[in-house]
Design a protein. Sequence first.
Length: 74
Amino acid sequence: MLDGDVTFYVGEETYRAGTGTFVFLPHGVPHSYTFETDVVRMLCIIRAWRVGSALPACSFQRAGLDSDAAIGRR
């Protein structure tokens, strides 16, 4: 986490992460997150799980906004 606060939901567990926190999301475990502050900056490193596989489509979205407001589409 570079800036801000995010709540991560990993399987049945919940974690609150703030600036300076490292979060690992293991393959095969359902996960999601919620932005808790107006400004969130995070560095995400995603590794494909097998050679030649495509990464699934993903987007980052703030609660209460429609899909056209996804952060990745600004």
